[in-house]
Design a protein around this ligand. Structure first.
Ligand SMILES: Nc1ncnc2c1ncn2[C@@H]1O[C@H](COP(=O)(O)OP(=O)(O)O)[C@@H](O)[C@H]1O
Ligand SMILES: [Mg+2]
Length: 287
């Protein structure tokens, strides 16, 4: 199953959602691919899998457009991987569940070069390049903050979209713009079944007037689509709260569960609930 995480607005926690949900899915035993369509390469860096200039990145795979060629761009997530020097002088890699289960088709800034190549059918290049290399896996696509060609490459390839929505005016407006675009353009993208499957409020700060207001109105904008889950204490969780540990773990490129003690694990548990919803989507899609 393939899911793109989108919002027309930058800073709405798309990449944080992709990275932390990929971690939660791997912890739940799933095999995950992350396809990065943002030339900033934030997801690749945060997953410790940024391609060097001599590595094949998602950009070359899109350009090659051969069925399944993205396999050359997929490399393991670098979290928790250690190297041990052996008595015979060789070096052994000690893998983690993240490096074993998460593959990343990473991006460098030169992914920008794909934007101007707009021959007919160009939006299908990534779908072709992926082919069936992600069969049986859950693939998450991180997108740039616009509805241009790189986002359209993802939209043409995925089953559904998750909107990451900052609980502020501009975040909600950006999400509505993406939703309208999908309704109008799904057919033209060769993906008529494409739809928004879930809306996840992010960056929520309880008690802040604007955040309380927008958290309250998001369900009116996206009826039946807004994520909520039951927390460990039985209280409903209706948003990803703004927490310093998310920023800090993103900054040092570590999964929440391996970052520090209490707060990281507490927030990792929230992403576990989101991962559980995604696993349920896969069941629903297969039915
Ligand atoms: N729930 C959160 N709490 C605190 N900081 C967050 C949260 N989600 C994201 N961030 C931080 O906000 C900034 C923007 O998030 P990012 O994931 O890069 O957004 P986008 O990919 O939509 O541009 C980053 O510095 C990120 O670490
Ligand atoms: Mg991003």
């Amino acid at each position: 199953m393939r899911i793109a995480v989108c919002n027309n607005k930058g800073g709405s926690a798309k990449t944080a959602l992709v990275v932390n949900t990929a971690a939660a899915l791997a912890e739940a035993g799933e095999d995950v691919d992350v396809y990065e369509l943002d030339p900033q390469g934030n997801a690749s860096r945060r997953l410790a899998a940024r391609p060097t200039t001599s590595d094949v990145s998602i950009s070359e795979a899109i350009k090659a457009e051969e069925p399944g060629c993205v396999i050359d761009a997929l490399r393991p997530c670098g979290w928790g991987v250690e190297t041990e020097e052996q008595p015979d002088g060789t070096v052994r890699r000690v893998e983690s569940i993240y490096s074993q289960r998460i593959r990343v088709a990473g991006a460098r800034f030169d992914l920008e070069n794909r934007i101007t190549e707009l021959e007919a059918g160009a939006h299908l290049r990534l779908k072709t390049a992926i082919g069936d290399v992600d069969a049986g896996r859950i693939s998450l696509f991180d997108t740039p903050p616009n509805l241009g060609h790189l986002t359209q490459l993802a939209l043409a390839a995925v089953d559904m979209v998750i909107l990451a929505v900052e609980t502020e005016y501009d975040g909600v407006e950006g999400a509505i713009r993406v939703s309208d675009f999908i309704k109008r353009k799904a057919e033209a993208l060769g993906n008529p079944d494409l739809h928004v499957g879930l809306v996840v409020p992010t960056h929520y700060r309880p008690g802040l007037n604007s955040h309380e207001f927008h958290l309250g109105t998001i369900p009116d904008q996206f009826p039946g689509l807004v994520w909520s889950a039951k927390g460990p204490d039985g209280e409903p969780i209706k948003a990803i709260h703004e927490r310093a540990v998310i920023k800090d773990a993103c900054d040092v490129a570590l999964p929440l569960r391996l970052y520090g003690t209490g707060p990281g694990k507490e927030m990792a548990a929230v992403f576990d609930l989101l991962a559980a919803r995604i696993i349920k989507f896969r069941k629903e899609l297969a039915a």
